[in-house]
Write a protein that binds this ligand. Structure first.
Ligand code: ZN
Length: 411
């Protein structure tokens, strides 16, 4: 049994409780939340007790629900500001990464996430080269094996490659690593591959994720087979028309637990459809600024009772996998939202909401939840509880403690 004590506990519970001078008592699960750390110490004299120090904070560990570890290289060579320019630069620079560079870039990416307090992640795997390293990361991983391909003629080959990667993921799966499925997007998949992946996810009760409405180009292409994607698809793939309209694409996911990633150019009807299906929306503010030139409409989503998730996406569309940077970017991007409300919502988006989307029984400090916790110190005292989430986001870059499943993981 362990006792971890701090000056502030951000519980992320339904009452948004913040406890001062409290403690979390845990083994692999949270056994008790104490409102008095001295009392906790005397109640369990045999437990390992640790107080994290002056101005310390304990909260649930962070969850980065959407990232691409295999795209952790090419940090400075990609073209930002226009989605098609970026996509073209990703395709052109792909060959530049050697196996050694890939391995070390993935190791760096995981280290950066651990240091920042990420205890669980949703990793989209395009080639299966990240499965092994993710399996020994010590983190909870939902590994979304991705399917992608627009031409019908290569369908069988692509399906076989997907199955190979999925079987490999299954071999590594355990309590910490869960196989899942990703359809890259409506514009980058043929109907045959979409139907195959959706059928497979349904048959095997797997989580699903897909990029959706990330750019103006995608909006025009799906709605009218026009816009910047027209020349792109003609040049690269000889395709003249979008394979599917947005509403038909969304309807295919009925009955699945899906994370729709980005949705920056989605409309209210699409928000409604995602909400009514019990699915989730993930936004990635930095990536959305760099590629889609538009942030996700958090306010409308909130008014529509959509609990969104914040994530970093991969390093091909971000300068950092540190979720605190992502949350700060959101704070400075959403200039008209309250600094008493938005910071708490953002913390919830990378803890409880992300846990719910990935089906992990964590994300809040509550008895019976998995003991996935972080501890860190603020540079000073916070007098009003309602400003604590903002101060935490402004001042935190790394954590002193990352505990996953009750076990302390070194940064
Ligand atoms: Zn992505």
């Amino acid at each position: 049994m362990n006792i971890l004590a701090a000056d502030y506990l951000i519980t992320m519970d339904d009452e948004r409780k913040i406890i001062r001078n409290g403690a979390v008592i845990f083994d692999s699960e949270i056994l008790e939340i104490s409102f008095d750390r001295e009392l906790a110490k005397s109640k369990y004299p045999d437990a390992a007790y640790e107080y994290l120090g002056k101005n310390s904070v304990i909260m649930p560990s962070l969850i980065n629900a959407h990232t691409h570890i295999e795209f952790s290289k090419n940090k400075t060579t990609l073209h930002y500001g226009n989605f098609i320019d970026w996509l073209t630069s990703v395709i052109e620079k792909k060959e530049l990464t050697s196996e050694e560079e890939l391995e070390s870039s993935m190791a760096d990416a995981l280290l950066q996430m651990r240091k920042s307090g990420v205890g669980a992640l949703g990793a989209v795997s395009s080639f299966g080269k990240d499965i092994e390293i993710l399996s020994r990361s010590g983190l909870r991983v939902t590994l979304f094996n991705e399917i992608l391909g627009t031409g019908e003629e290569r369908s069988e080959e692509i399906k076989a490659d997907f199955m190979r990667r999925f079987e490999l993921t299954k071999r590594y799966s355990n309590e910490m690593l869960t196989p899942a499925v990703s359809i890259h997007s409506a514009y980058a998949c043929s109907r045959t591959l979409m139907d195959f992946a959706i059928g497979f996810a349904k048959e095997n009760s797997l989580k699903m994720c897909t990029h959706f409405m990330e750019s103006k180009a995608e909006r025009f292409w799906l709605d009218r087979s026009r816009g910047e994607f027209k020349a792109f698809f003609k040049a690269f793939f000889g395709i003249e028309r979008s394979a599917i309209k947005a509403d038909e694409f969304l309807a295919k996911f009925d009955g699945l637990d899906t994370m729709f990633v980005h949705c920056t150019h989605a409309n209210e009807t699409e928000f409604e459809s995602i909400r009514n299906a019990g699915s989730y929306i993930v936004h990635c503010p930095v990536s959305n600024r760099l590629l889609g030139m538009k942030l996700f409409d958090v306010e409308t989503a909130k008014n529509m009772r959509i609990e969104y998730i914040t994530a970093t996406d991969g390093l091909s569309s971000n300068f950092s996998l540190n979720l605190w940077n992502e949350l700060r970017s959101a704070i400075f991007g959403y200039t008209d939202l309250s600094l008493k409300v938005l910071p708490y919502d953002l913390l919830k988006s990378v803890t409880l909401n992300a846990a719910n989307a990935l089906g992990i029984d964590s994300g809040k400090l509550e008895v019976g939840k998995k003991a996935d916790l972080i501890g860190f110190c603020l540079p000073g005292f916070v007098d009003e509880d309602e400003y604590l989430p903002l101060q935490v986001i402004l001042h935190t870059n790394s954590v002193d403690k990352l505990i996953v499943n009750g076990v302390s993981i070194n940064g």
